[in-house]
Write a protein that binds this ligand. Structure first.
Ligand code: 13P
Length: 247
């Protein structure tokens, strides 16, 4: 049985002071027995790591594919590990679309991060045009195969399916369509990694809110959620963590 995984992605929001306020507030809440993670801006990682209760993991939103050197603006796996950060999001659609990270770069980052002992949340998802052209299954399968090319240690990987047209738009993918894609992703993993497909966690992301989380999380092949906007407010995020109260 895969334990549900509730992940927040703060994107470029919250100063360290604001992150501290969030940590103090959520530490006081009763949280269900699910796995919880917050992916925060680099400048917030240290304060969150030091102040959040230990049942909430702290992740980076990106990492360099290089070890060290002349890469202005980048952050290395060594730097993350020095802050005891052991999780990182790679290949978020905003990195792909705005910063033009392609599947090769993303694959290099995944290989490097796993090689350095980090756990990776690999994001995939199609644009509206790709879905309208009914190429979304093919597109996402390709992103998975290319993102995981030469990756052996699949136990270090979580997949997040985030259809681009559902991110920050209020347009959630229907739970049925999200489930169908997550099932397809699991089948793709099974083709290459056999029984590990039963263990890997596949998350859905895109306009997840307190009022739709329970329905999304009740689907068999959806093992968790990656939440943007609604992870910024403690009360909303806690409602998503405690989604079982709405079942
Ligand atoms: P929203 O929940 O704001 O749509 O963002 C989803 C997302 O991109 C999480 O990584």
């Amino acid at each position: 049985m895969r334990k549900k995984y509730i992940c927040g992605n703060w994107k470029m929001n919250k100063t360290p002071d604001e992150a501290l306020v969030f940590a103090r507030e959520i530490n006081e809440k009763n949280l269900d027995d699910v796995d919880i993670l917050i992916a925060a801006p680099f400048v917030d990682l240290d304060i969150l790591k030091k102040n959040l209760n230990k049942n909430i993991k702290v992740a980076a939103q990106n990492v360099s594919e290089y070890s060290d050197g002349a890469y202005t603006g980048e952050i290395s796996t060594t730097m993350l590990k020095s802050m005891e950060i052991s999780d990182v999001i790679i290949g978020h659609s905003e990195r792909r679309e705005i910063y033009l990270e392609d599947d090769t770069t993303i694959n290099n980052k995944v290989i490097h991060a796993i090689g350095e002992g980090l756990d990776v949340i690999l994001c995939v998802g199609e644009s509206l045009k790709t879905r309208e052209n009914e190429e979304h299954f093919f597109h996402v399968k390709n992103q998975i195969l290319e993102g995981l090319s030469n990756v052996e240690d699949i136990d270090k990987v979580t997949i997040a399916y985030e259809p681009i047209w559902a991110i920050g738009t209020g347009n959630t993918c229907s739970p049925e369509d999200a489930e169908k894609m997550c099932e397809n992703i699991r089948n793709t993993i099974r083709e290459r990694y056999k029984d590990a497909a039963d263990k890997i966690r596949i998350l859905y992301g895109g306009s997840v809110k307190p009022d739709n989380a329970a329905e999304i999380l009740s689907k068999d092949d959806i093992d968790g959620v990656l939440v943007g906007g609604a992870s910024l407010k403690v009360d909303d995020f806690v409602k998503i963590i405690n989604y079982k109260e709405n079942l």
